[in-house]
Design a binder for this molecule. Structure first.
Ligand SMILES: Nc1ncnc2c1ncn2[C@@H]1O[C@H](COP(=O)(O)OP(=O)(O)OP(=O)(O)O)[C@@H](O)[C@H]1O
Ligand SMILES: [Mg+2]
Length: 317
């Protein structure tokens, strides 16, 4: 019967063997150990500690004192090889983030196109309907009242379309930035849903376009969730910058939810929270959700801005 050995023991014996004989097979073993460590979710610091302990033990055993230089070189090669699966995974992650960023840019372009289509093209059609109604009114003097009512309804549709198109991609987002844009959004959602939404922002600078768009979309989804699921009456959005990190929280006083149950296997999953997470990945930010049934929901978004001083003169891309 084969006895189970620990990862640490396997690592030490493979390193010791490689130090004795070097060769491709030994490096292949290092690579396999790296992959195993990854599947066991060991962190880089842990691997380095395991390596360090293995090396110390081999040195203590003292058989290779005369060849310590060779041992150290072999040990460095072995460690590099065992970390290469992490390096590959990291590159894969960077590629995925890049693809995500491009995908978001395409999505934003598409949203812009739809917003303009709703605003301009639907607007044109409505103008034509207004004209048709006016000529109908001239031909049917006894139907003035009904025609005026129809015009009133048309005006309402027009106002709603304008509001939706501005909300889809508000021009203030590009012109004045994400804080005025979320104030506009909050006002719009308040009107539509009767949620009381307060925006408290202790941050006025502009951010790169990708971050501003991500923040706008995140707040938009959070407000949609608050009105769709939470049965909330109030939402508070707070923004501040602290120690080089932008912190934006969106808190509602609604029913809250069980985060684990929502993420459980086999549950139909919505795209909103995943989308928030992915948008944040693309700009190096993080999300934490604090919610429990009956206790409301708070989303906290953190985006590091260390290399960015938040003034409006910087590039918007
Ligand atoms: N503010 C909230 N209050 C209460 N429950 C929430 C809140 N936000 C999210 N949830 C719960 O988490 C689930 C997942 O939210 P998510 O936004 O990912 O998906 P969705 O809103 O159901 O669908 P989609 O966003 O794709 O339209 C929701 O179905 C809801 O049960
Ligand atoms: Mg949602």
């Amino acid at each position: 019967m084969k006895l189970e050995t620990s990862f640490e023991d396997d690592y030490r014996s493979a390193l010791s063997e490689y130090a004795e004989r070097s060769g491709e097979a030994g490096l292949g073993r290092a690579y396999e150990l790296g992959r195993k460590a990854m599947t066991e979710r060991k962190g880089l610091v842990e691997i380095v500690a395991i390596h360090h302990q293995a090396l110390q033990r081999i040195l203590r055993e003292g058989r290779k004192e005369k060849r310590n230089g060779g041992l150290l070189r072999a040990s460095a090669d072995f460690l590099t090889e065992s970390l290469s699966p992490y390096e590959m995974a990291h590159r894969g992650f960077q590629d995925a983030v890049k693809a995500l960023r491009q995908f978001n840019e395409i999505l934003e372009e598409e949203i812009k196109r739809i917003a303009y289509a709703v605003h301009d093209e639907a607007g044109q059609v409505l103008v034509a309907v207004h004209l048709a109604l006016a000529s109908l009114a001239a031909e049917l003097p006894d139907k003035q009242q009904q025609i005026r009512e129809l015009e009133g309804l048309l005006n309402k549709v027009e106002q709603q379309l304008r509001r939706y198109s501005h909300e889809l991609r508000p021009t203030v987002l590009d012109d004045l930035g994400w804080i005025p844009a979320i104030r506009f959004l909050a006002e719009s959602v308040s009107k539509r849903t009767h949620l009381l939404i307060q925006v408290k922002a202790a941050f006025a600078g502009r951010l790169p376009g990708a971050i501003e768009t991500a923040l706008y979309r995140i707040v938009q989804e959070a407000l949609t969730n608050a009105s769709k699921h939470a049965k909330a009456t109030r939402v508070l959005i707070q923004v501040r910058r602290e120690d080089g990190t932008l912190r934006c929280s969106i808190r509602d006083d609604g029913e809250g939810f069980d985060i684990r149950a929502t993420h459980a296997e086999g549950k139909r999953r919505g795209l909103g929270l995943i989308g928030i997470q992915e948008r944040l990945n693309a700009v190096g930010g993080t999300l934490s959700i604090n919610s429990a049934p009956g206790r409301g929901t708070k989303l906290l978004i953190r985006i590091p801005l260390e290399d960015f001083n938040g003034d409006s003169s910087r590039s918007r891309r």
